[in-house]
Design a binder for this molecule. Sequence first.
Ligand code: GLU
Length: 490
Amino acid sequence: MTFRVRIAPSPTGNLHIGTARTAVFNWLFARHHNGKFILRIEDTDTERSRAEYTDNILEGLRWLGLNWDEGPFFQTQRLDMYKQGVQSLLDKGLAYRCYTTSEELEALREAQKARNEAPRYDNRHRNLTPEQEAEFKAEGRSFVIRFKIDDSREIVWKDLVRGEMNWRGSDLGGDMVIARATEDGIGQPLYNFAVVVDDMDMQITHVIRGEDHIANTAKQILLYEAFSAKVPEFAHTPLILNMEGRKLSKRDGVTSISDFQKMGFTPEGLVNYMTLLGWSPPDSTQEIFTLEEAAKNFDFERVNKAGAKFDWAKLDWINSQYIHSMPVDKLTDMLIPFWEEAGYKFTETKERAWIEQLVALIQPGISRLTESKDIVKMFSTETVKFSSEAKEQLEKEGVKSALQGVVAALDNQQISEINANNAKDIVKQVVKEQNVKKGLLMRSLRAALTGEMNGPDLIESWVLLNHISLDKLRLLHAIDAPILSQANPQ
Ligand code: GLU
């Protein structure tokens, strides 16, 4: 038998990290078993669904490398099938029209609340006579279609993550609404109903989704039975929690995959981390692997029941591993859009080889692509803005004369281009001539050339700055800002 699984996002928002992680587990399971991974867009909520969210979801899944085999299918294009399904349950006497008004439902809820009872529909229209129905219609009431739920039913399934699950019909809130009505009959289907019709039609063998759907599963099993269909297997994956153990929310600064993308995570790093959110490989010390490698080992035995804590430090570490080992050419392509967005347009002024040298210099020191922006800033303008630490450094005793010594050495030796050798020679010479400590000179050079006290290798940075006149300008600027206004950068 070919295993068939699906991810079924609702396009009422951008692709959420929770949905994406569920997609990862579906993908891994499908690939492990050589099965099919199907994409279905659950867009029946026409008020909240938007085309741009659908685009964001498809782009996000593609970006993460979660390719699907069938779809995207759109529920709004399948309404006839749901109507037929509702009609067949009406015909079998398993569903009925309910005319209870929202005011009546509200009164019912109030009364239940006053008695300290959980809210539930009391099935009052389950057995209406044709006369009663006619009367409600004559009153102009609209209706919904409800599916009968037997309170005494026991619903049991063996969850692939959580083991045996037990629910009673009485836990499900009374007969459930499966569709709304339109003027001329059956209208919009509700989530639980449309999902079951689709999962039957798409021959889904395993429903893998978040544990917030457990109560829905109990209801959906009853619908499969009503259609005399085979009930699929279920796997309810753990929630993603913040470090305090609460459900991850917008307040934690994370929502959608496109946000993570903007924050500078690589798709490979992010998807690798998501794989570990609730699953561990058989060799639990292994933390870096591709989706394909994870798929080889994936099974639900190793998926935790407990919520998975979202650990930013670990995500950063994993992301850094991908950045550090990436070919420079590929990393360059990934970084340029971030720089351009920040206004650094190297591609217009510098050769690709120079840009790649810069990327190679930056590569070992960053764990997010965005962090490179702070570093490239110092390579993108003729003068630098000094951080307060850099200013402090430049004020230290002996610093200005040491830097003047560097400028003089550059002039005297008529160096047209700095390279690692002449840079080191100049440092040596100034240390000797000025009798300053090498550490002080290096820190001061860094402050003067980059405006910061930390950054990539100083000599390499200096070489990359390349234009002697530019370097000199920076040095002069560091020594005495007014000189700058008289200096000619070329
Ligand atoms: N549209 C539902 C959601 O986004 C799908 C749940 C399911 O997988 O059945 O939560």
